[in-house]
Structure formats: structure tokens, C-alpha cells
Design a protein around this ligand. Structure first.
Ligand SMILES: [Zn+2]
Ligand SMILES: [Zn+2]
Length: 276
């Protein structure tokens, strides 16, 4: 199998600090060493992409220009660098936490909190992201799907994996659990998973806990690659329907419209298609 590749492509890029992204023609990158070129089939927009779009104080911490955004994406392998050997045509998801493999955390099975972490889609140790027709990912950060999932579903495995990792680590079986994705009101709860990151909600979470006896656990990212295998099976077996989370779909060329819908508060998850 081989793929005919163009020399230029459309991509979103942020070349300097400021609002929005540029939608422009850039060269299709050539994979070197252990890098893999993937055709991006779908990219879901994350809450953190709003920070990157607006380039606020959070963005200055989590990202550095220049970069292409998009850390939740589904792709097809179209070309391998000389030291990569993933079969062409493989369907893949991207583990966007680029761990170093040698720090204390990495050598103690906690690669998701690597202290030298790079991040795909944030300009951290890579300029590449999923908001492009093609993108480059080192082979070890690609998860090759074994089951038959749609591009939308594959893109959603990244955020689903964070929630799944949290529920596994917090031993929530048989408990009432409140997942805080957006600001909300509730009576006391036994377990609260605060996932919104909104300061008002983080504070409110403490006051909502019953009995005020608090065990605090923080969870970041996914278990690499245990969580990917779990969530792939949950979606493929129909136990979790991520399609119900997707409220809007847009061609990537209409990304400004997509962000306007997000800012209006009327969207849940939005999927973009870079080749449209
Ligand atoms: Zn995200
Ligand atoms: Zn590390």
C-alpha cells in the first residue's frame, strides 16, 4: 500500500501571540527517523483549545508559539520515517502527552505525569498538531486501533481516556459520582470528579463534599496505553456512545464558526475535518 501525497496542505497555525489561528497553506512535512506521517481524518476541539484560540494567561503556560493546535485527533498512517514501522493504512489515535521515557515518573510507570513532558497540539517539543490535513507524530506516541471505530470515535478516545482514568483511579464503583464538566449546582456528593478546571467550580467542589472529610486525588491524562485499550473496547462494544457528546461538526475551513458556537455556550463537543 502506498499513498499519493500532495506537497502542500491546509493547516491552522498560530505563528505569534494573539487571538485566533491562521488557516493557511503549508508544506506537507516529511517524517524523519522514528516519525510517522498521518492523514488527519477528524479532530475534536478541547476546552483547552479555547485558551489557545484566545491566547490568554493559561495558554501562555500550556503552549508556546509557533504551533498547529489540535491534540485530539484520529488519523491514517500514510508514510513512515526510516526507523518507524507502523503498517501504512493503520487507523491511529495520538497520545498527545509526549513523555521523555527516562525521568523518575517515566521509569516508575507514571509516564502521563512525566516532568519533561512535551505536548502535541500545544507547541511543546513539537510544532505539530491535529488541525492540519497531515501531521507528524513519533511512532511511540501513536495508538494503533484494533477494533473498527469511526474517525469521530477515535478522536474522542483522548478525552474519554481522561475520564476513564479518573474513574479507575478513584474506585467509584457503586458510588454516586458527580462529574463536573461545566458549572452546575447540586446537593452534597460522596465523590466529585472536577474536570472543568473552572476556578469557581474547583472551589465549589470542596463545599459540596459530604462530611467535609476530604481525600483529594488528582489525575492527569491517560495510563499509556492501558487506558486506550480500555476505552477502545468500551466504544467498540457499544458500552459508551461518544457520538452523543458530539453536538456539532464543521469543515476545518469554518473553524471560526466552530469557535463562535463554542463561545456561545451552545456546544458540547465539536469535531473538525481538516481536509474539508
Ligand atoms: Zn484536551
Ligand atoms: Zn519523563
Amino acid at each position: 500500500m502506498s499513498f499519493d501525497l500532495p506537497t502542500t496542505m491546509k493547516a491552522l497555525v498560530k505563528t505569534s501571540e494573539g487571538k485566533s489561528f491562521e488557516y493557511k497553506d503549508v508544506p506537507v512535512p516529511v517524517p524523519q527517523n522514528d516519525e510517522v506521517l498521518i492523514k488527519v481524518d477528524a479532530m475534536s476541539v478541547c476546552g483547552s483549545d479555547i485558551n489557545l484560540y484566545n491566547w490568554n494567561d493559561v495558554a501562555r503556560v500550556i503552549a508556546s508559539v509557533p504551533f498547529t493546535p489540535g491534540h485530539e485527533c484520529a488519523g491514517t498512517v500514510v508514510k513512515c520515517g526510516p526507523q518507524a514501522s507502523i503498517p501504512l493504512g493503520s487507523k491511529v489515535g495520538v497520545e498527545n502527552h509526549y513523555y521523555c521515557g527516562s525521568c523518575y515518573q517515566c521509569t516508575h510507570d507514571e509516564r502521563e505525569i512525566c516532568k519533561n513532558m512535551g505536548q502535541f497540539g500545544h507547541g511543546k517539543k513539537t510544532p505539530y498538531g491535529g488541525a492540519a490535513e497531515y501531521t507528524i507524530v513519533p511512532a511511540k506516541f501513536l495508538y494503533t486501533l484494533k477494533r473498527d471505530l469511526s474517525p469521530d470515535e477515535i478522536a474522542m478516545l483522548e478525552p474519554l481516556g481522561v475520564a476513564h482514568n479518573a474513574t479507575e483511579r478513584l474506585s467509584v464503583k457503586g458510588e454516586d459520582v458527580l462529574f463536573v464538566m461545566e458549572f452546575t449546582n447540586t446537593d452534597g456528593m460522596g465523590r466529585i470528579c472536577e474536570c472543568s478546571g473552572a476556578p469557581i467550580m474547583v472551589n465549589a467542589s470542596f463545599s459540596m463534599l459530604l462530611f467535609k472529610a476530604l481525600t483529594l486525588k488528582t489525575v492527569h491524562g491517560r495510563r499509556i496505553y492501558h487506558t486506550w485499550e480500555e476505552t477502545e473496547n468500551l466504544v467498540a462494544d457499544g458500552k459508551v456512545d461518544v457520538n452523543r457528546m458530539i453536538s456539532h461538526r464543521f469543515p476545518m475551513s469554518k473553524f471560526e464558526e466552530a469557535f463562535d458556537v463554542l463561545f456561545s455556550g451552545k456546544a458540547c463537543k465539536i469535531v473538525l475535518y481538516p481536509s474539508q
